[in-house]
Design a binder for this molecule. Structure first.
Ligand SMILES: [Zn+2]
Length: 331
């Protein structure tokens, strides 16, 4: 197949940063072929209020008004049920939970989700989405480390789903067969994003290669195969969230004995062609429209109208084009 089209591609997990970095990277959403960006709230300071989220949205729209930005709040002890109601009324779509945020102010780490139950109750009532970074913090006393942090999180997903069966939950950037199975076992209110890089990489690719290092880390070949399988079967609750996360080159490449490299893989500028290339490599190119647009939009109640459906991005295969290894700085 030399040409394939996707209706209004949507990236349901992306980091657009702030300030100069945002000005540089936000236009790459459109450049990468995407019309919608689900924007993560982990800025400095994190986006914890409706007012901050709306101001951030304005900043992004000033940089590139052609993309639809869906905004999120950062789950923290300051977030109240009243703020949830306010956020929903202002058009904010979701709340993101990070493991570190969860362990703050709690001895038992992730178990402290219960302290957020009033917030989740409000989210369920007003129909906001809970986005989970599904890893528990590393802990040598329980043999918890970066390779099993995701499977060990899954009981929390199940208990949250059981406690709030109508709350829409997205397990973000799944990397394991266990996570795929866990999401499948849940009801229609639980979905899962998959990144492009986790469809490509395994442990061997990031051990010793800092540019392939991200959290959650890419796992074993069989885990990667599970991600590919669920796309091949066109499961409607599994869709693209790139987790594209830019860092300055020096923070990726110059680790020292006392300073590790930054976690994050940056795919935005080439995202749609990259995803098409990967899907083609494992026999799922015909599932591209579902994976990169329709399924996520359906879960987030962002179905396209007839006019938007016509707004297609066409990918054309051309031979012998090599992506530049280094992007020159514009003066
Ligand atoms: Zn992320």
């Amino acid at each position: 197949m030399a040409r394939i089209s996707v209706s209004s591609p949507a990236d349901f997990h992306v980091h657009l940063r702030q300030g100069k970095m945002a000005a540089l990277v936000a236009p790459h959403v459109r450049q990468g072929g995407f019309a919608l960006a689900y924007v993560m709230p982990n800025l400095k300071p994190p986006i914890t209020t409706t007012a901050q989220a709306l101001a951030y949205k304005q900043d992004l729209e000033a940089i590139d008004p052609t993309v639809e930005y869906l905004m999120t709040l950062y789950l923290s002890p300051d977030l109240t049920p009243d703020e949830i109601v306010k956020a929903k009324a202002a058009g904010i779509v979701g709340v993101k939970s990070y493991p570190r945020g969860v362990t703050t102010n709690s001895d038992g780490g992730i178990e402290s989700y219960e302290m957020y139950y009033p917030v989740f109750e409000a989210m369920q009532r007003v129909d906001m989405v809970l986005n989970l970074h599904g890893e528990v913090p590393s802990d040598p006393t329980t043999n918890t480390h970066i390779l099993n942090a995701e499977p060990q999180f899954l009981p929390h997903l199940h208990s949250l789903h059981k406690a709030f069966p109508r709350l829409r939950i997205v397990l973000e950037h799944a990397t394991t067969r266990a996570a795929v199975d866990a999401v499948k076992a849940c009801g229609p209110t639980v979905a899962c994003t998959i990144t492009a890089h986790h469809l490509a990489l395994t442990v061997d690719d990031w051990a010793g290669q800092s540019f392939n290092f991200c959290k959650p880390v890419a796992k074993f070949p069989d885990d990667r195969e599970a991600l590919r399988e669920v796309i091949r079967e066109a499961h409607p609750r599994f869709f693209l969230g790139s987790d594209s996360a830019p860092h300055p080159v020096h923070s990726k490449s110059t680790s020292t004995p006392t300073q590790g490299c930054a976690a994050g893989i940056y795919t935005s500028p080439i995202l749609l062609p990259l995803v098409a290339h990967l899907l083609e490599s494992f026999g799922a190119l015909d599932k591209l429209d579902g994976f990169a647009s329709a399924f996520g939009r359906r879960f987030y109640h962002r179905d396209l109208n007839a006019e938007q459906k016509e707004n297609k991005v066409v990918l054309q295969k051309i031979g012998n084009h090599v992506v530049a290894g280094k992007i020159r700085r514009r003066r």
